[in-house]
Design a protein around this ligand. Structure first.
Ligand code: HEC
Length: 121
């Protein structure tokens, strides 16, 4: 039994399923940004993919592998509407993925002058 488990583990580690990011198709960041707006993602996920408290999680710098990202669009978990390939083709999903991956990381509060003016330290 133990040998079988080890064999399964070895097969999993060697399988391409665990290196999905390497399989993400090349995406056009500019086109992804355009579609993030025109396909309505920003309405729930916020401008710049920064997320919005009540409508959708932050997508900027997503840690989702590409396969999970496109799967979420085609078969969303709960509150998100599904996006079929006839509406958002695979290549556009790859572009949107490249765009959200390219977004900058959070800035510390001290680097945001507006927040500092409000007393944040
Ligand atoms: C009507 C609001 C709405 C729209 C429009 C929308 N989403 Fe979402 N999205 C959500 C919500 C709510 C969740 C979290 C719950 C869930 O999984 O359904 C989510 C989750 C996600 C996730 C998983 C992120 C995570 O951390 O769980 C991805 C990826 C995603 N959306 C991508 C997109 C993309 C790309 C678009 C545009 C093509 C889009 N969404 C449009 C509401 C929306």
């Amino acid at each position: 039994m133990r040998i079988l488990s080890l064999a399964i583990l070895a097969a999993l580690v060697a399988s391409p399923a665990l290196s999905q990011d390497a399989k993400a198709p090349a995406g056009d960041i500019k086109n992804g940004e355009k579609h993030f707006i025109s396909d309505g993602c920003y309405q729930c996920h916020g401008v710049g993919a920064n997320g919005a408290a009540l409508t959708g999680p932050r997508l900027a710098r997503t840690e989702y592998p590409y396969e999970a990202f496109i799967n979420q669009l085609r078969h969303p978990g709960s509150d998100m509407p599904p996006y079929e390939a006839s509406i958002v083709p695979d290549q556009v999903v790859a572009d949107i993925y490249a765009y959200v991956k390219s977004r900058p990381d959070y800035k510390p509060a001290k680097d945001i002058p507006l927040l500092m003016g409000m007393g944040a330290r």
